[in-house]
Ligand binder design. Sequence first.
Ligand SMILES: NC(=O)c1ccc[n+]([C@@H]2O[C@H](COP(=O)([O-])OP(=O)(O)OC[C@H]3O[C@@H](n4cnc5c(N)ncnc54)[C@H](O)[C@@H]3O)[C@@H](O)[C@H]2O)c1
Length: 316
Amino acid sequence: MKKIGVAVIGTGFWGKNHARVYKELPETELVAICDVNPKRAKAVAEQFGVKAYTESDQMLKDKDIQAASICTWSTYLAQEALKALSAGKHVLVEKPMATNSKQAQKLYELAQESGLHLTVGFLTRFIPGVQFIREAVAKKQVGDLVCATSKRVSQWPERIGDVGVVKDSAIHDIDVMGFISCQDPVTVYAKMGSRRIKKFEDYAQIMLTYKNGESAFIEANWLTPYKTRLLTVTGSEGIMKLDYMTQELWIEQQTQTVAPRQPIVEPLKVELQHFAQCITEKKKPLITGIDGIKALQIAEAATKSSAECKAINLEK
Ligand SMILES: NC(=O)c1ccc[n+]([C@@H]2O[C@H](COP(=O)([O-])OP(=O)(O)OC[C@H]3O[C@@H](n4cnc5c(N)ncnc54)[C@H](O)[C@@H]3O)[C@@H](O)[C@H]2O)c1
């Protein structure tokens, strides 16, 4: 099997994990890494025995690189993804994909025109419990879908990033809500604000409503002294609960609680393997650029809703 040559742009906390996983996967060959921080670029390149770059333009000239993961600071993702696509590379861009949905749209159009794969790092979808819940909702295993709620809360980050909690954290849940319900919301109502971090919102409560009366509620903040990441799906005949961190899943009904055992996976490994397989087999990835654009549009509507104290209609 011919391996896909890959590179990682931005090798901080998360990009280093991409590099490690690409090194471990049988489908990929890590060719090079790039980080604007020369010390970091050198250290990570040495760790994985690959070439180091501090400028992605230089690295992207390498013909052995067919695909790139973009793991820079969030406000630089679009710029670097655009460069990689322009150089003819398939791209996995980390969430939130871009600073805004207009930039995300540009990436999508370029990938389409160039016949390149563009996928977004919504790795929560690769947790087997999330896929189980999606299928269970479709099969009405707990009756008709009524509501899905998620909680993604933690301590204030030690290093304040370049986007707020909505585009950094809640965006995962915005994506998951669409994935499990297989539909787009028609309205968004949100309340958000900042208590500890002045530059960006550090808490947000977001309510999404759907055409047939279902709803979703997302709570995300950086104000909670401990980390919780939960998804609860309420149906007319029971509930399903998933702990994202332990990957434990429960189905609770009137007379019984069952805990279907799912394989415990490293979601990033499954995600990057899927990306490589999609390139080799020329198949559409589970997550497309459109999913990234939609999530950003919902995040933007949530911000607008909070600022204007009213629900925003998303129907076109
Ligand atoms: N999918 C997930 O679950 C998940 C988890 C963590 C982080 N992320 C995303 O990954 C990205 C990186 O997060 P992080 O926590 O690793 O941040 P980080 O600050 O630890 O690392 C970012 C790295 O990118 C480098 N960099 C910045 N601009 C660059 C550029 N133009 N070219 C090359 N290198 C550049 C920085 O020097 C730094 O080393 C963010 O967009 C974040 O949202 C996703």
